[in-house]
Write a protein that binds this ligand. Structure first.
Ligand SMILES: *Cc1c(COP(=O)(O)O)cnc(C)c1O
Length: 375
């Protein structure tokens, strides 16, 4: 069956990358789709829905309360605004101009990443002056502690495969430093799947994307301390208004979290490993590609098919990746190590049928090259 995007004259996309915003993040389940339709077709008092949604999200996170957002980036902005303007209406209405307020938010330099947009820009939209501490690959406790001043409003920790994976201070140490100074610790865990670990390690506010690991609609949430969550919600009458989430997004997110909580993790891992095993078997026909199973480098429970192109391969990994995107269907593989001759196939969003399409496309791309060379 054609996708709605093909009806619009666009390519069908086989997403072998993972949860990429550029490809539509994730696809919702039928049960979530039903909830979206029902919610969109009726009215409700939005403030009450927002409180109820927060209450329901908290069942899954163990936080005292939660504030629903339109995405994780909005969550970063709103959490920053809440730590700076608090519940002072004059301050809330003045943001992102935070002149005269405590407005510095400390972040380790190896965490000041770009996830498609810059994390520090999201902080600035909430009125923060981001203060990057230490060096890109090394931050000491002393460097962070001496950066705390009278102007500090909060500390931010980012958990992501985008971040420097070594030389950074842990969530626990960041929480200790924050709390020694009576400051909150915010954790950006946008793409993470563990709903409890950061709160358990001492974070005061934790931000998640609803569409990444939890396969919800476009949405996000902040979970944690009730007093801070109340302040987060108040920002919807200030900077948060540009990031308004609809009623269908709120209800759809709750449904997605419910389904996620019932998900059989072991079965999903088995499915991933079997699919990757099948891909590795199929890859044997390509003499220049060495395949192996590879665990996610941010230690999430994701197994991917790693394709290492040998140095004498007639076509570079980068060229193969680009060529796979051409035509219909377009195949997108994970290419953050393409320069080093490595591509990955992420099994999360693909079916066995898709695997066939990927291998066919790979064959066509490599054969086309052989023809170009007159072989
Ligand atoms: C994806 C991501 C975000 C942004 O999440 P959205 O829901 O797309 O706004 C923020 N931080 C990190 C680390 C991410 O990976």
């Amino acid at each position: 069956m054609k996708t709605i995007y093909e009806d619009m004259g666009l390519q069908r996309v086989i997403n072998a990358c993972g949860r990429m915003t550029a490809l539509g993040v994730s696809a919702i389940h039928n049960e979530v789709a039903e909830v979206l339709v029902k919610a969109a077709q009726n009215y409700v008092v939005i403030d009450e829905l927002m409180d109820k949604t927060g209450e329901l999200i908290s069942i899954y996170t163990g936080g005292e309360d939660a504030c629903v957002t339109v995405c994780a980036s909005a969550g970063i902005m709103i959490a920053a605004a809440a730590c700076i303007a608090g519940d002072n209406w004059n301050c809330i209405k003045k943001l992102p101009d935070s002149t005269g307020m405590k407005n510095e938010i400390l972040i380790q330099k190896g965490h000041a990443v770009n996830f498609g947009a810059s994390i520090t820009q999201m902080l600035r939209m909430g009125g923060a002056v981001p203060v990057e501490c230490g060096q890109v690959n090394l931050v000491t406790r002393e460097e962070l502690e001496t950066a705390v001043t009278e102007q500090t409003a909060a500390l931010l920790y980012c958990k992501s495969h985008h971040c420097m994976q070594k030389g950074m201070l842990s969530v626990e140490v960041m929480a200790e430093i924050a709390h020694n100074h009576g400051l909150p610790l915010i954790v950006d865990a946008a793409a993470e799947e563990d709903l409890h670990v950061y709160l358990n390690k001492g974070a005061d506010l934790v931000i998640y994307s609803g569409a990444k690991a939890f396969e919800g609609p476009t949405s996000g949430f902040i979970t944690g301390r009730a007093d801070l969550i109340k302040k987060c919600k108040m920002q919807y009458h200030g900077v948060g208004r540009v990031a308004k989430i609809g009623k269908e997004g709120m209800t759809g997110l709750v449904k997605a979290l419910e389904l996620y909580s019932k998900k059989d993790e072991k079965r999903e891992q088995k499915r991933q490993q079997e699919l990757v095993g099948k891909i590795l078997e199929d890859l044997k026909e390509f003499p220049f590609i060495q395949g192996e199973m590879s665990r996610d480098d941010a230690q999430r429970l994701i197994y991917r098919a790693k394709m290492k192109f040998s140095p004498d391969s007639p076509m570079t990994a980068q060229t193969v990746m680009e060529k796979l995107k051409e035509g219909n269907p377009a195949v997108y593989v994970r290419g953050h190590e393409a320069q080093g001759g490595v591509l990955y196939i992420d099994p999360r969003s693909i079916s066995e049928e898709d695997v066939k399409s990927i291998i066919n496309k790979l064959r066509a791309v490599l054969k086309e090259d052989a023809q170009d060379k007159g072989e």
